[in-house]
Ligand binder design. Structure first.
Ligand code: NAP
Length: 317
């Protein structure tokens, strides 16, 4: 089968398509094989490829295969969140790549995954759309759970133009929170449709903080830091508020009795099944920015690195 390896840490050019033997049934006990149709390119992939997590990942070293999000077809039957899934069922999910550290990601034709990592794709959703959902939506949901804010409280979402941020805005608004989104210029109307009450244009932190003070002079009850701004955005949170970070290396030291949490998205098949159903019912919006063949993965990484993309870049396999 074809896989894309990170041959050594570096720029997008270190990604190389090679052939590896296709896994056989039962090769990894407790896992089933999925023949992939689509895989997502995430910012975490870019950071791993660049070597930013080389120390944390050690002893795992290149060559390894990147990729968390996937959508494809089951090759082995298994138990699903709501009953048995036969071979041939369409499924989507994510490999907890960063915690697994096996280097067996989804930039590949076949992956071996645990049944708790995926859920069936509803009939009205295609593979590319499905692959844009799992990691970002589950992480956003778990981040909001960790915030633990009741309806009516104020929430700041940074990186609200991003894939995780858009889901966070939608979940928070549905939970009755008053959402202020820090977002890319031009995304304001879309974010208001998704549920944000206020939008502030991303930019210099001092300017962003000044604009946020006009909306919440005493600070926000919580912050979901989808842009990994970290410590610099903490002044926007009220005393004894709560702050959710999405990366250990961007988690601020708590001050003023602010509760600071770091969230690593954990697969949850049942939660993902509910989310995918909401996407099918148009209760949740997901966006795909680009669909590119697996062969063009280096170009996909270059585009992702250029910055603002309105949605996930998906590799078609
Ligand atoms: N903990 C976990 O399990 C987990 C899971 C998924 C993702 N993540 C992390 O969460 C972050 C968001 O992921 P994603 O998939 O949503 O990425 P994404 O789609 O690229 O979104 C990131 C957003 O943050 C914005 N941004 C970047 N720097 C900023 C700054 N200094 N100020 C304001 N906005 C800024 C970006 O704006 P532009 O588009 O204008 O550049 C973009 O809209 C990534 O860093 C990723 O590594 C963590």
């Amino acid at each position: 089968m074809r896989v894309v390896e990170v041959t050594t840490y570096g720029g997008p050019e270190v990604l190389d398509m090679v052939r590896r033997p296709e896994p056989v049934a039962g090769e990894r006990p407790g896992r089933v094989r999925v023949r992939l149709h689509a895989a997502g390119v995430t910012i975490t992939d870019l950071r791993i490829r660049a070597g930013l997590y080389a120390d944390e990942l050690s002893p795992l070293k290149p060559p390894f295969v990147l990729g968390a999000d996937f959508a494809g077809v089951l090759m082995d039957p298994t138990a699903g969140p709501e009953g048995t899934l036969p071979a041939g069922a369409r499924v989507a999910g994510f490999v907890p790549w960063y915690t697994e550290r096996s280097g067996e990601g989804t930039y590949a034709e076949v992956v071996q995954v645990e049944p708790g990592w995926f859920a069936p794709i509803p009939a009205d959703i295609g593979f590319t759309q499905a692959a844009s959902v799992p990691l970002a939506s589950v992480t956003a949901h778990q981040g909001l759970e960790r915030l633990g804010l009741p309806a009516g409280k104020t929430l700041l979402v940074t990186g609200a133009s991003g894939v995780v941020g858009r889901f966070a805005v939608q979940f928070a608004a549905a939970a009755g929170l008053e959402v202020t989104a820090v977002a890319y210029e031009g995304d304001e109307s879309e974010l208001k449709v998704l549920g944000a009450k206020h939008c502030v244009r991303r930019g210099e932190v001092a300017d962003v903080l000044a604009a946020l003070r006009e909306i919440a002079p005493d600070g926000f009850d919580g912050c979901f830091d989808g842009a990994l701004v970290g410590e610099a955005i903490l002044p926007a949170v009220t005393n004894a508020g709560v702050f959710v970070s999405l990366a250990d290396d961007r988690t601020p030291v708590p001050v003023r009795d602010i509760r600071v949490e770091t969230v690593l998205g954990k697969p949850d098949a049942r939660l993902l099944a509910t989310i995918l159903k909401k996407v099918e019912d148009r209760e949740l919006i997901t966006r795909v920015a680009d669909v590119m063949p697996l062969e063009e993965v280096s170009e996909a990484h270059r585009r992702a690195e250029e910055g603002h993309r309105p949605g996930r870049i998906i590799l078609m396999i």
